[in-house]
Design a protein around this ligand. Structure first.
Ligand SMILES: [Zn+2]
Length: 1005
């Protein structure tokens, strides 16, 4: 592959961070842990230097632990988004951080809580203004307790993860005090300084922390996995002779010698410089391991049962590998050590010199250790510009894998996920204040995933080598400082020599769609036998990105790139010369951009370009980003009229969601000779369906067009459906579907006369539905109403028992389902209420009656296994239940009338759950179905206007997984029926109590 662009590293002028300033904070904390109460009580001295050009009147502290208690903004936001966690916690389970006895420069001050009842921010008026260059001293006492429900912080028995635990100074930057309450979406922001932390702890606790233990025993020697290990405590790291500010802070502070320890207690003193936060984790059972990357000591503290996952140096080696990669990418790690601990909660959280992880995979270690650079050292405001740490760290971690496994595409899945969000209008700008996102799921998708794509797109624009140069310069210039978007933009522009403002603006502050299309192509052979090609590139989307022009790769051949556009103009032409005549051209042949529609990226030609053909395996439906997938498969089935039936199915899709076409061509092979009056059932039949044509793309909307001449029926159907959700990840949805349909019976040889009359209908309907899972209860409601005309089919050739040629009708159904999980034992109960009504002067055509036992004939038509008389599941000895409508499963499929009202009840007990294999779940079920129906549906010979029917039985349920498909298998035994003469299965006899069975590959409801 050759690149026409010059991947030059721009000239770097040593511009520094001119005009930048940051405040300076030194903490001295002396704290005692009351383990039974879970409370750490401390006294804290803060020296604060105003290095800003502003005069300060106030002072702010974060009391983050107050987020994890009832009534906080965090707890309330959780509840609103359906995650009740902290609002229900009682004492002593919730967290707190109470501050008291505060004084500033010796003057007692009273805190104010500007976001009350949230108390994660406390504000103190200053006794006197603090002028630029001046410093002040804050002294206060506090109590801190983590919550028993962990979230970043937490406690469990003798384990404590102190993540955001002490009154932490709010950042004052050029935008003022960053006094932001803590929400579920969004993280932290802190001032750089020193931490001198003296802890009074139970003697057997093992401690991991930011900084180095300058005094006392952190418990590592007793906890070390290797008895021969000489632990490097680094006690003198910060104490060279004549050292700077750290030495002064230490000299003046309280040390272990000043504490009076109770029996069984010990003192440990940690010290750290140039960090903006201090984390702490305690567990008397921790196992200690140690390694080294250059001068940096790597410590891991894991649980005794972690030997296989963390132990024997595994977590140590992965942490070292992460440091090695980050050192190569950014620059040297500035701190003495890095501690990786196995915390209470799953997932992972980053702190300076420390990561708290729930597992020890390389992926999570790369991500969290990456945050020591992107957050710890390059310290962005995480709640304001979370993309500068989260997406960035995911990008660097993925880059690590890209370098090692160059043949794998690590972005295909991410691209597709984000394209779906973009195309459905779920995306919000990548750079937003975190708690202003629609919800936590959107925050996560944007800050982590779409932000990761932002860095990938930046690397694509500037090239890999320039990207590395940008990262190194960004680090050189901004390490141990607060970074912003403009800090990164300035460095990226300087190093690459490109104007990247539009790119940053579009990716970070908007949600445009990217779509380029191939225009005219002109090839010309020059006198020197080289070729000059001019390509017109049309920009269709709002987003701008440089687009490569080249030839797509295939098989072993890599994509070829001939030229690159700027991507800005609506029509742009590029000209390039090649020694050979270029082949068929394509835009973005390496699939590097976020272009959502590759169907217009190829030069025209006789054969469709970019289409993949495959033999359909039936159980998978693959899709591609760069073209349409065509899947072709033969099929065979049987029915009485056409005999053995051969068919060919052709399916297409683009991106799995657009241009989803299904085309069947069907022909009966062994059917009997046609009777004189009817059509030959062995003729070719056709079925066509197209879903979601690309041209009709609209967010949350889908369209379907169907048409058929198939097994004695002809018809067409159009649907338009729109869905409303609160968020992309929300299972709660409302939907509305309009349907127009024509269906007529043309050849009665295919028809089960119990289900079909010789007629047709033209009708329109409107359906609305709600899916509302809430906790352990799932609600589903579907209401449909419609009207149409029923008419006698003239070409069926059979006598029709009807008094009209055409008659209008109305038809409506209501279906309400509730399903509830009872406790943790795998028991669920479900109830379904159904009502249906057909209104017309004459009785309905059988296919439009309200069915008593299951799916109506129009729904059965969609399934070739039950479509026609004698189909594989419509046999004398075989009892298939297609669910729906009255759903009285024991009764014959052909029963239906003008109205019925039904109730279905089920109790199911799960007996097996598996995460792999074909059989995923198994359970047993008790069921009862009852209905009141008109006598047309249930002709019992009685003279009342209605009949009451009932069935009761037991069954076995399985969930099977084959390929991409998961489906149920039901084997059910309706042992007792109230009207045995109407039962589906009458082979065993006609008593009310008989051994009857049915099977189904569809859920009951
Ligand atoms: Zn992260």
């Amino acid at each position: 592959m050759f690149l026409a662009l010059v991947a030059s590293v721009g000239h770097i002028t040593p511009v520094d961070t001119g005009g930048y300033w940051q405040q300076r904070v030194d903490y001295q904390i002396v704290a005692r842990l009351n383990e039974p109460a879970g409370v750490l009580s401390g006294s804290q001295r803060i020296r604060y230097v105003n290095q800003s050009p502003d005069t300060l009147q106030e002072f702010y502290l974060h009391l983050y632990l107050n987020a994890f208690r009832p009534g906080s903004r965090w707890a309330d936001r959780d509840s609103v988004e359906g995650r009740r966690r902290f609002n229900d916690l009682q004492d002593p389970d919730y967290a707190f951080n109470h501050a008291r006895n505060a004084s500033i420069n010796g003057v007692a001050v009273t805190g104010e809580y500007p976001y009350a009842p949230d108390s994660t921010i406390v504000r103190f008026p200053l006794p006197a203004p603090l002028f630029p260059g001046e410093s002040l001293r804050v002294v206060l006492d506090w109590d801190a307790r983590p919550s028993t429900v962990p979230r970043r912080q937490g406690r469990r028995a003798r384990r404590f993860d102190f993540a955001q635990w002490y009154p932490r100074v709010v950042v004052y930057d050029r935008y003022g005090w960053q006094d932001h309450p803590l929400y579920p979406a969004g993280e932290f922001y802190g001032e750089f300084g020193t931490f001198d932390v003296v802890l009074d702890l139970p003697g057997d606790q093992v401690v991991g922390a930011t900084g180095v233990p300058i005094e006392g025993d952190p418990g590592w020697d007793r906890a070390k996995a290797d008895p021969d290990l000489e632990i490097d405590y680094q006690r003198d790291w910060y104490a060279p002779v004549g050292a700077g500010r750290g030495q002064m802070a230490r000299a003046s502070g309280t040390g272990c010698a000043d504490l009076i320890l109770g029996p069984g207690r010990k003192c440990v003193r940690f010290y750290a410089e140039d960090v903006h936060h201090f984390a702490l984790s305690l567990n008397p059972d921790y196992v200690y391991e140690e390694g080294r990357f250059g001068g940096i000591v790597v410590r891991t503290l894991h649980l005794p049962e972690d030997r296989e996952s963390w132990g024997e140096g595994r977590a140590v080696r992965r942490t070292i590998e992460a440091l090695r990669w980050l050192d190569e990418l950014f620059g040297p790690y500035p701190w003495p050590q890095l501690t990786n601990v196995h915390r209470i909660e799953g997932g992972g959280t980053e702190f300076p010199m420390m990561v708290m992880n729930g597992s020890a995979g390389l992926g999570i270690i790369l991500h969290e250790v990456g945050h020591n650079y992107l957050m710890g050292i390059l310290a962005n405001n995480e709640w304001k510009e979370g993309f500068l740490d989260e997406g960035f760290s995911s990008f660097q971690a993925t880059w690590y894998y890209e370098e090692r496994l160059p043949d794998r595409d690590f972005y295909a899945g991410l691209e597709r996920f984000l394209l779906d969000l973009d195309l459905d209008d779920w995306s919000e700008p990548v750079s937003m204040v975190s708690d202003e996102y629609r919800d936590f799921d959107t925050y996560r998708a944007m800050i982590y995933f779409k932000a990761q794509l932002f860095y990938r797109q930046l690397r694509y624009i500037v090239g890999h080598e320039t990207m590395r140069a940008i990262l190194r310069e960004y680090y050189r210039r901004w390490k141990l400082k607060h970074v912003t978007e403009s800090a990164l933009l300035d460095v990226a522009e300087e190093v690459s020599g490109r104007d990247l403002k539009a790119f940053f603006a579009q990716w970070l502050h908007g949600t445009p769609l990217y779509d380029y299309a191939m225009g005219k192509v002109r090839r010309r052979e020059l006198p020197d036998e080289t070729w000059e090609t001019t390509v017109e590139v049309k920009r269709i989307g709002d987003g701008w990105i440089p687009v490569e022009v080249g030839e797509s790769g295939s098989g072993e051949r890599e994509a070829i790139v001939h030229a690159r556009t700027s991507g800005k103009a609506e029509r742009e032409t590029v000209t390039f010369r090649t020694s050979e005549r270029p082949g068929r051209l394509m835009l973005d042949p390496r699939l590097e951009t976020h272009d959502w529609n590759y169907l217009n990226n190829r030069e025209g030609g006789l054969l469709p370009a970019g289409e993949a053909f495959r033999l359909d395996s039936y159980v998978r439906e693959p899709s591609r980003r760069d073209g349409v997938v065509n899947s072709v498969a033969p099929a065979v089935w049987y029915n009485e009229a056409a005999g053995l039936t051969g068919a060919l199915r052709w399916r297409t899709n683009y991106l799995g969601r657009f241009d989803r076409m299904t085309f069947w061509i069907v022909r009966g092979i062994t059917g009997p000779e046609p009777t004189t009056e009817s059509r030959d059932p062995r003729l070719w039949d056709l079925y066509f369906r197209l879903e979601n044509p690309l041209r009709l793309r609209r967010p949350h909307t889908s369209q379907t067009l169907e048409a058929w001449i198939l097994e004695g029926r002809a018809g067409t159907r159009l649907t338009w459906e729109r869905e409303h959700r609160r968020s992309w990840a929300s299972p709660n949805r409302r939907w509305r579907r309009f349907t127009g349909r024509w269906m007529v019976a043309r050849n009665r040889e295919f028809l089960d006369t119990a289900l079909w009359s010789d007629g047709g209908t033209v009708e329109v309907s409107d359906a609305v539905g709600w899916d509302a899972p809430s906790g352990t209860t799932d609600w589903k409601v579907v209401f449909e109403y419609g009207a149409g005309v029923a008419y006698a089919a003239r070409d069926v050739g059979a006598t029709l028992d009807r008094r009209y040629d055409a008659e209008p009708f109305g038809r409506t159904t209501l279906d309400v389902t509730v399903r509830r999980q009872m406790g943790e034992g795998g028991t669920s109960v479900a109830a379904r209420l159904f009502g249906g009504l057909y209104v017309a002067e004459s009785p309905p055509l059988k296919q439009r009656a309200i069915p008593l036992s299951g799916a109506d004939p129009y729904a059965r038509f969609g399934n070739p296994l039950i479509r026609s008389r004698g189909a594989p599941f419509v046999r004398q000895e075989f009892f298939y239940h297609a669910p729906g409508n009255g759903n009285l499963r024991a009764y014959a499929p052909g029963l239906g009338g003008r109205w019925l009202s039904a109730l279905n009840l089920e109790v199911e007990q799960a007996v097996l759950r598996r995460r792999a294999g074909v059989l995923r779940t198994a359970g047993i079920v008790l069921f009862a179905d009852g209905a009141i129906a008109d006598t047309l549906a249930a002709p019992t010979g009685g003279d009342g206007p209605a009949t009451a029917l009932l069935d009761v039985g037991v069954g076995a349920r399985f969930t099977l997984r084959v390929g991409d498909f998961t489906f149920p298998l039901r084997l059910e035994f309706p042992l007792w029926v109230s009207h045995p003469q109407l039962a589906h299965n009458q082979r065993q006899g006609t008593d009310r109590f008989e051994f009857r069975w049915l099977m189904s590959l569809e859920p009951t409801f």
